[in-house]
Design a binder for this molecule. Structure first.
Ligand code: PLP
Length: 378
């Protein structure tokens, strides 16, 4: 007996405006790039494009690191790649938790057999540098410092430069989550001395989800090469992936690269380079200021204090007496507008309004303010 043919037809998605915590609106140019013909992943012209992606990523990350490439999986896989390679069983890892994604880093430390030293901060506040300094003092020999630069669950940005400087002073290497910061606020890998970082394609790069740009310094690679135990994950083992992403011509099969999504990432990075990083940062800032003025004008309050606020992720308290889920459902049904709900400790209490990448534009700010105003009036 065969399973009955379900007779399902092609899926046509609704047209939405994406102003949540990611994915962000994808520009037509990127969608167009993705529907170009699929070619072989070892085709010389594909390999040339992969080389260009690495060059463009070095610009986006502001780094000379040769080992800078996109992992063929979402941001969470980039996170795992950093932890499974850089943490060996028994390594003491100082891990900063001030939101959902810091909590995931802690989970990764435990699963890789690392010994976590947790530095906790309240949700909505940045990582307290003095607490991290104390953790290093209390835990000599800590090998790794892990922190989230831009906590998407709360909208708080931490001082990556000071944290990286502390790690270096104490001989530890850094793992930085910059999934939400890359392309939206400055991420200066070399200037700050970050040893490893991961990001995502669908936030301020405005590409489709499913790719994770990562970068590793020489110090990070040395730590991987000095491992006494093999990396637990075959797919994410840097030693193996290296053979795939090394210079064109010498490439050997590891897995089949997601060809068309990589066309999209290439286009997203070309768009970022055309605009220029500084201009992209300034655009996110100015759109944020307009959105903030509008929201505050309606009496809404931000979760994060101004100095640590991420322009690309605006967390505001759900106004008193407003039904969180019903209001967001209305925004989606009546305006085709997606904004984010609160996560974890902030579930049901906040809205997270994203201004990421292509979504950080005047018409979105105006549209969002109009829609929120209308929903709050009802
Ligand atoms: C979105 C996000 C991730 C996870 O990325 P996915 O592509 O959803 O796997 C990790 N860290 C932060 C800070 C994020 O915002």
């Amino acid at each position: 007996m065969l399973v009955t043919n379900p007779g399902i037809e092609s899926f046509i998605p609704p047209q939405r405006v994406l102003m949540g915590p990611g994915p962000s609106d994808v520009p037509q140019r990127i969608l167009d790039a993705m529907h170009r013909p699929t070619i072989g992943h070892l085709d010389p012209s594909f390999q040339e494009m992969m080389e260009e992606i690495k060059v463009l990523m070095r610009y986006a990350y502001q780094t000379e690191n040769p080992l800078t490439f996109p992992v063929s999986a979402p941001g969470s896989a980039g996170m795992e790649m950093c932890f499974v390679n850089l943490v060996e069983p028994g390594d003491k890892v100082i891990v900063c938790v001030n939101g959902v994604f810091g909590g995931r880093m802690l989970e990764n430390v435990k699963r890789t057999g690392g010994v976590p030293v947790v530095v906790e901060d309240d949700w909505g506040t940045p990582v307290t540098v003095a607490k991290v300094e104390q953790a290093f003092t209390d835990n000599p020999g800590a090998k790794v410092l892990a922190f989230v630069h831009a906590e998407t669950s709360t909208g708080a940005q931490s001082d990556a430069q000071s944290l990286a400087a502390l790690a270096h002073k104490h001989g530890a290497i850094t793992i930085m989550d910059c999934v939400t910061s890359l392309g939206g606020t400055p991420v200066l890998i070399d200037e700050w001395g970050i040893d490893s970082a991961y990001s995502g394609s669908q936030k301020c790069l405005s590409c489709t989800p499913g790719l994770s740009p990562v970068t590793f310094s020489e110090r990070a690679i040395d730590k991987v090469k000095a491992r006494k135990t093999p990396v637990q994950s075959w797919f994410l083992d840097l030693n193996l992936v290296l053979g795939y992403w090394q210079s064109a011509g010498k490439r050997t099969y590891h897995h089949t690269a997601p060809i068309n999504p990589l066309y999209g990432l290439h286009e997203a990075l070309v768009i970022l380079a055309e605009e220029g990083l500084e201009n992209a940062w300034a655009r996110h800032r100015s759109m944020h200021e307009q959105l903030r003025n509008g929201l505050e004008g309606m009496g809404m309050k931000f979760v994060v204090e101004e100095s640590a606020r991420l322009p690309q992720l605006n967390s505001v308290w759900v106004p008193e007496g407003v039904d969180d889920a019903a209001a967001r459902a209305k925004l989606l049904a009546e305006f085709n507008l997606e904004i984010g709900a609160g996560l974890g400790a902030l579930a049901g209490k906040v809205w997270r309004i994203g201004l990421m990448g292509y979504s950080a534009k005047q018409e979105n700010v105006d549209f969002c303010l109009k829609a929120v105003r209308s929903v709050l009036h009802k």
